[in-house]
Design a protein around this ligand. Structure first.
Ligand SMILES: [Zn+2]
Ligand SMILES: [Zn+2]
Length: 377
């Protein structure tokens, strides 16, 4: 539905004076007044005239209309009003939404509602063994706590914060402006109380009225056996203090586990390498292997190849969830001697001359494969 131009409705030029507009209105109002005019469209016409006059007779509204046309009055600029002239937007409409955009929508909520404190994160580096067996330790974290003397209110002990008289405790000020677009109600954070809705007459000396103090708090941390690098422990209620009686946040302790020079860890299993001499590998032996708790014996069968794995069941890491422990995997590495006496060299040459390289097992296949490769097969 297209609306007629207000000047056209009144039958005046765009440069019409106030007096001319008033005259035109009076004439048309008499002509279309429903009490006088019984034509079917008279009432609609009367309303149209009245609306045009309301705008053009008001300097500010007329200026806005001249600049923006009907958009200045039909709400399409501000959002909420819709048809119906001025005063349509403001209050709950467009400007309120803009306000919410800037202040996260929280401004309309009760500023004194309890609010949970923020979570904190603490990075803790622990030894390899401590991760495996668990440990207890104290950490010191910087955090904000409620001031004790005033109980977090910020008011001098024995006194209480009072409701702000400017905003009556709402934390918001309504600023009403009469603009070319109509009455705009703009909400702002109350400048008197900073949005808290409360004022403190006598401030607590300890926290200077903030209700909060920064402290270095010592916290006892229990690290369960079996934690791994990157594990996160949640310590409930040890984060920042809440506001207005809200609960505190949580403390997250993020663990970094130092590597071990002998053991490597993969989940609940441990891996290690044990050196074997050529003679031990060839003849077999019973060796001692370190585990995390004690030495254990491991039988090396004769003819063991390098990089063979042996499993020590239940010698791994305790399972963090569930029972039991992982395993320890032992990789044997046959070490080639680098310093040989003349006698040792002589014996090894003799050994080689006897065809000693051939062991009759895996090696044979490997040697055979190599020989075939030499022949270009
Ligand atoms: Zn206030
Ligand atoms: Zn205090």
């Amino acid at each position: 539905m297209s609306k007629r131009d207000y000047y056209e409705v009144l039958g005046v030029g765009r440069d019409a004076t106030e007096e001319e507009i008033k005259k035109a209105y009076r004439r048309l109002a008499r002509q279309y007044h429903p009490d006088v005019n019984k034509e079917p469209d008279a009432e609609a016409k009367f309303k149209e005239v009245k609306e045009a006059y309301e705008v053009l007779s008001d300097g500010q509204k007329r200026a806005a209309y001249d600049q923006f046309g009907h958009a200045a009055t039909d709400g399409s600029m501000g959002g909420a009003g819709g048809f119906g002239g001025f005063g349509g937007f403001g209050d709950m409409g467009g400007f309120g939404d803009i306000f919410d955009m800037f202040f996260g929508g929280g401004a309309r909520r009760n500023p004194n509602a309890p609010k949970r404190g923020a979570d904190l994160q603490y990075h803790l580096t622990i030894e390899f063994r401590d991760a495996v067996f668990g440990m207890e330790t104290d950490i010191t974290i910087p955090r904000t706590e409620n001031c004790e003397p005033c109980g977090g209110t910020g008011a001098k002990p024995g006194t209480k914060p009072e409701a702000c008289s400017v905003c009556r405790g709402t934390g918001q000020q309504e600023i009403v402006q009469n603009t070319p677009f109509g009455r705009i109600v703009n909400r702002r954070i109350c400048s008197a109380c900073g949005g808290s809705g409360r004022v403190i007459r006598d401030r607590c000396v300890e926290c200077r009225g903030t209700g909060k103090v920064k402290t270095q708090r010592k916290i006892h941390v229990k690290i369960p056996a079996g934690v791994d690098d990157g594990a996160q422990l949640r310590i409930s209620g040890e984060g920042e203090a809440g506001t207005n009686g809200g609960p505190p946040g949580d403390l997250y302790v993020v663990l970094a586990v130092k590597p071990h020079e002998f053991f490597e860890r993969e989940g609940d299993d441990l891996y290690c390498e044990i050196p074997l001499t050529f003679a031990q590998a060839a003849l077999g032996d019973e060796i001692e292997v370190p585990t995390l708790t004690e030495k254990v014996k491991l039988k090396i069968p004769p003819g063991t190849q390098t990089h063979t794995y042996f499993r020590l069941k239940g010698r791994g890491v305790p399972r963090l969830r569930g029972y039991g422990q992982g395993d320890q995997h032992v990789k044997v590495v046959v070490v080639t001697p680098t310093k040989l006496s003349d006698e040792q060299k002589r014996l090894l040459r003799e050994f080689a001359a006897l065809g000693g390289e051939s062991g009759g097992g895996y090696e044979d296949t490997l040697f055979a494969r190599m020989k075939r490769a030499f022949r270009g097969e």
